[in-house]
Design a protein around this ligand. Structure first.
Ligand code: ADP
Length: 407
């Protein structure tokens, strides 16, 4: 705009060479520039200077018409000004220039018509009403189109800016997510290798204790060995829980055909020794109804069921005659429902809300890491399933799991 306005001023000076209108060229042109730059420097944060520019572009039109003694083509300068204003992307800027053109035409046409001396508006002697109408229509069209363009231009810019911001913030979020995933992955890898490496020395310690047990009949030593083995087992169980947690968060969900009857037989066989470790063996019952092709992640389901069943065994009720765990699997085409029910100590309503939290244990007296049910919940989430608990202290607990068929 600076270059254009200076250009308009210089054009006025050039015209003055031919038409000897120096006072108008310097006076009107100069004052216009002073007005524009004064407003711009006094109110730099306001867009008032743009409205001044709109008026000035109309004034330059009037100045050129005057300087060229009413040369009709100079009226087109108003259209040039109107088009230039599009750059500010504000349709309202078309209003001052339009009003000025109307006022100028009406006033100077009248003054020339009543033959005031020194007024040059048009070199034409006569303009028919239809010619005037066509001129007015064309001028209105140009002002309207310029206003419309300014409006569309602004909308387009706003959309573009918004899109750029959105893409930038999306990219940022994407980068952060990537970094977080990477950090998580590294942490999981670290946890996995540390846990894995910790288990090897534990099993050698257990081996050494078992050999030493055979070498002695000393009661005190045997008692201490048994305590040591207990602590090693506790540590080993804890490490296993961490390993399973790490595996669940790292590994992709697999799609394998599941044979629940076979899986439950393996689990109950593995956990049999656990019940005999307790004061009383716990009866483990299971049934699978409506067997069908079911596709899900085998090792995750194994961990899930093992954790629920081993909890049912561990949290048996000492005052109950026949502690049992009853596992019922009911399959449909869409999903499989698993219920693991026991007649153990039960969980109070208040504790039921917290048992799925990491490291939460109801009682510190019982051996456990507090990771089992947290891992169960994580697995259920990974498999897009649901888990609920129903329990009454002293009566027993039932965990209801629902896993969709990934078939
Ligand atoms: P933990 O390693 O302590 O067993 P879990 O996350 O597996 O950790 O279980 C959290 C808590 O929920 C346990 O400390 C226990 O008090 C309670 N709990 C879990 N399963 C049962 C159950 N079948 N009967 C009674 N209490 C249970």
């Amino acid at each position: 705009m600076n270059y254009f306005l200076s250009g308009f001023f210089i054009c006025g000076l050039l015209l003055a060479f031919f038409y000897d209108t120096w006072s108008v060229a310097i006076g009107v042109g100069g004052l216009s520039l002073v007005a524009y730059y004064s407003v711009k420097s006094i109110l730099p944060d306001s867009n008032l200077y743009q409205y001044v520019a709109s008026l000035i572009l109309g004034i330059f039109m009037a100045q050129y018409i005057y300087q060229m003694h009413g040369l009709f083509e100079m009226h087109f300068i108003a259209f040039v000004g109107s088009a230039m204003l599009i750059t500010y992307q504000n349709w309202k800027l078309q209003i001052p220039i339009t009003l000025l053109v109307i006022l100028h035409h009406a006033l100077f046409a009248y003054l020339q018509f009543v033959r005031v001396d020194g007024i040059y508006f048009t070199q034409l002697d006569y303009m028919s009403l239809s010619t005037f109408g066509i001129h007015a229509l064309l001028a209105a069209s140009i002002f309207f189109i310029s206003g419309l363009w300014a409006y569309q231009f602004k909308k387009f810019s706003e959309k573009n800016i918004e899109q750029t911001y959105r893409i930038a913030s999306l990219n940022e979020a994407e980068v952060q997510k990537e970094a977080l995933l990477h950090a998580n992955h590294e942490l999981d890898k670290f946890v996995y290798s540390v846990s894995h490496d910790l288990r090897a020395p534990l099993s050698s310690m257990k081996g050494v204790i078992e050999i030493s047990e055979e070498e002695t009949k000393d009661e005190l030593l045997l008692k201490n060995f048994s305590l040591l083995k207990g602590s090693i087992k506790k540590l080993d169980d804890f490490i296993q829980d961490i390993l399973q947690y790490s595996r669940n968060s790292r590994m992709e969900v697999k799609k394998q055909s599941i044979d629940f009857a076979e899986m439950l037989e393996d689990i109950t066989n593995n956990l049999k020794h656990m019940s005999s470790n307790n004061e009383r063996p716990v009866e483990i019952l299971y049934s699978v109804s409506n067997q069908k092709l079911f596709v899900s992640d085998k090792s995750r389901l194994n961990v899930l069921l093992s954790n629920l069943v081993s909890n049912a065994i561990r949290y048996q009720n000492p005052v109950v005659q026949n502690p049992y765990v009853d596992i019922q699997v009911n399959m449909t085409d869409i999903e499989t429902g698993i219920v693991v029910k026991d007649n153990g100590i039960g969980i109070s309503a208040e504790n039921q809300k917290k048992i799925f939290e990491m490291f939460y244990r109801v009682s510190e007296n019982i051996v456990g890491s507090g990771l089992g049910l947290y891992l169960v919940k994580e697995i259920v989430d990974k498999l897009d399933g649901k888990i609920e608990v129903e329990s009454e202290p002293g009566k027993g607990t039932a965990f209801m799991v629902c896993i969709p068929n990934g078939n």
